[in-house]
Design a protein around this ligand. Structure first.
Ligand SMILES: NC(=O)c1ccc[n+]([C@@H]2O[C@H](COP(=O)([O-])OP(=O)(O)OC[C@H]3O[C@@H](n4cnc5c(N)ncnc54)[C@H](O)[C@@H]3O)[C@@H](O)[C@H]2O)c1
Length: 420
């Protein structure tokens, strides 16, 4: 009796224990399932976050491209005048992506003409005219004028030719070809389509002049076998070609003898006095003067030149016309002025004189004044400040790892110089 009661008591305790154990096991199971579930969710959420950020990474450049595209659709061009069909001209500018050519492009586009720029980008840059790309009046053609060109135009501004000594001396044969064959090709085009052609000639046709200032009837003093001859003689023969086409074929020609010009979009490091001095002053380097610095130059601001070119093209003056600023300064004065305007405290350093460097250069612009009603109006300091501003921006651009080409040294065959 006692033992039976004892047994019942024990089994009741066991059952309770069993229930308790079962309850605990159940709780543990639920807890582990919940834990797994929570774990899985956080892994999933993490994964989702990672995928989302990956997608974001890939989509961002696309978004940027869309923004750029949208911008290009709504691109604001500089203001362009409306010209009626009768007044609107189809104008070709060879070398139009260069320093002077790009400013001329701006003027003619803003005046409402249709402008085609032809350039082989030897010294020119697309960047100089990129603000017109896409405009209905503008066309940019990558073409070398040494090859013939077949297009329909009313006027041709023939500017294609390297203009600074390091650039035209880099490949003298190519400089000769551009100024001779290139000019023949453009005159041939002018003859075929009945267009008027303006040649961008140069004060270098006067060489190292024996008369001062130089007027258009001076024949010049050029060394035909010196390092500058490829350019000087190239331009002289280009002028000869213009007048041969005028006399023999009746082509209407205009010849601008351009004197030193400066302004924004000049080449960095092209070895010309103004760009040299500005760059050196901005970088805190010594301003290098070749010789004693007493040789003189007269510089015109690029907008003055562009106005002169357009006035000459639309005039009835077919003989050569000087376009330049007669305000003459010594190289040393230029160095001092630029040094003061930049205000970087650079020194002036004197180096030995360059070969065939003209001692004096000053245009006589009586003819331009009388026959075109043209004369330069931009004061030197105002022009220099604009050029300094441009070069400062270009240096910042360069600092942001943008590539700005340096002038290449002249091509010289091993063992003998080109000009020996
Ligand atoms: N800037 C001056 O002080 C100055 C002075 C006198 C004359 N000029 C004359 O004015 C014109 C323009 O001078 P710039 O200062 O603008 O020089 P630049 O070097 O900036 O421009 C010349 C342009 O012609 C292009 N070009 C060169 N060879 C070519 C070829 N074979 N085919 C097609 N394009 C070619 C170049 O890529 C460049 O865009 C030149 O003919 C130059 O002789 C300039």
């Amino acid at each position: 009796m006692v033992s039976k009661a004892l047994l019942r008591l024990v089994s009741a305790v066991n059952r309770r224990r069993m229930k308790l154990l079962l309850g605990i096991a159940l709780l543990a199971y639920v807890a582990s399932v919940w834990g797994n579930f929570v774990n899985m969710r956080s892994i999933q959420e993490n994964g989702e976050l990672k995928i989302e950020s990956k997608i974001e990474e890939m989509v961002e450049p696309l978004r940027e491209k869309i923004r750029d595209l949208e911008k290009s659709f709504t691109q604001k061009y500089p203001p362009v005048k409306f010209l009626s069909e009768k007044d609107r001209k189809r104008i070709l500018i060879t070398g139009g992506a260069g320093f002077v050519g790009s400013h001329l492009t701006d003027k003619l586009m803003m005046d409402g003409h249709e402008v085609t720029v032809v350039d082989n980008f030897f010294t020119g840059r697309k960047r100089n005219v990129e603000h017109w790309i896409g405009h209905e009046n503008f066309e940019l053609i990558n073409h070398d004028v040494v090859e013939p060109l077949y297009i329909e135009v009313d006027q041709i501004y023939h500017l294609a030719s390297p203009a600074s000594p390091p650039n035209y001396m880099y490949n003298p044969i190519k400089t000769l070809k551009t100024n001779t064959i290139g000019t023949l090709n453009m005159l041939g085009l002018a003859k075929r389509v009945g267009a008027r052609l303006l040649l961008a000639s140069t004060s270098e046709v006067y060489g190292d002049p024996e008369v001062h200032p130089q007027s258009e009837d001076y024949w010049g003093h050029v060394n035909p076998i010196g390092p500058r001859a490829c350019y000087d003689e190239g331009k002289r023969v280009a002028e000869t070609m213009c007048y041969a086409y005028m006399k023999q074929e009746g082509v209407e020609v205009r010849v601008a003898r351009i004197f030193n010009t400066f302004g924004p979009r000049m080449h960095m490091n092209d070895g010309r006095v103004v760009s040299n001095f500005i760059l050196q002053a901005l970088q805190g380097e010594p301003l290098t003067v070749y010789g004693s610095g007493s040789q003189t130059r007269a510089f015109q601001y690029v907008s003055d030149l562009v106005n002169g070119l357009v006035a000459l093209m639309n005039s009835n003056v077919s003989s050569p016309v000087n376009l330049g600023n007669p305000e003459e300064h010594t190289i040393l004065e230029f160095a001092q002025l630029i040094k003061n305007l930049v205000g970087n405290g650079s020194e002036i350093q004197f180096l030995s004189e360059a070969q065939d460097d003209p001692q004096k250069r000053k245009p006589d612009i009586k003819k331009a004044k009388l026959m075109l009603g043209w004369e330069p109006v931009v004061p030197l300091e105002e022009g220099l400040n604009k050029a300094i501003h441009y070069f400062r921006k270009e240096l910042e651009y360069q600092a942001n790892n943008q590539y700005i080409p340096k002038p290449k040294p002249a091509r010289i065959k091993k063992g003998r110089t080109r000009h020996s």
